[in-house]
Ligand binder design. Sequence first.
Ligand SMILES: [Zn+2]
Ligand SMILES: [Zn+2]
Length: 210
Amino acid sequence: MQIKRFIFNPFQVNAYLLYDETREAILIDAAMMSTQEKQIFAQFIEDKQLILKGLYNTHGHMDHIAGTAWIKHKYMLNPQGHQADNMLVETALQHAKIYGIEMEAPEPVREYIDKGHFIRFGNQELEVRHVPGHSPGGLAFVHHKNKLIFSGDSLFQLSVGRTDLPGGNMEQLIQSIHTEILSLDGKYKVYPGHGSETTIETESKENPYL
Ligand SMILES: [Zn+2]
Ligand SMILES: [Zn+2]
């Protein structure tokens, strides 16, 4: 499986495009905001002749869902995510305004996923885990075959997500990270919603928040 990381919008969100030899692909976080970012993404899909099969929100914060309506119209895909973040998706435009950002209204989530669900495309499978705390409906996606986890804004390299936004809860976040993420074996690579990749082993040993 190939992983293409795009860094989109003023919040520098990592949007991960996963694809394999079948040319089927999924996108984790449609964070593209500008016309140029949309062009870069579309060009990549075209150059690699990928077939985009799914769009998954790690959570409902506006910087992670800014491009969901564009993806919906361009690729005929509905975003999937956790129901508990609907409130954040619905208020995304207001949050964007607070930061002085003008963005297109995001596509509401109507197809819900939760822990125990499996995402499948091509010859790949990802396990969905619920990691509330940064937001009530935070999700992580685990690719066991290659030992990878996409952690959204729950766990970052040597840091954790902020919990001062609506629905945030520090105690819950730390618990989510311990039970749903650090319980994986140390060799798992972590792909966070912002910043660099890390590993479970590094975070278990060195993350000052845990
Ligand atoms: Zn967030
Ligand atoms: Zn974020």
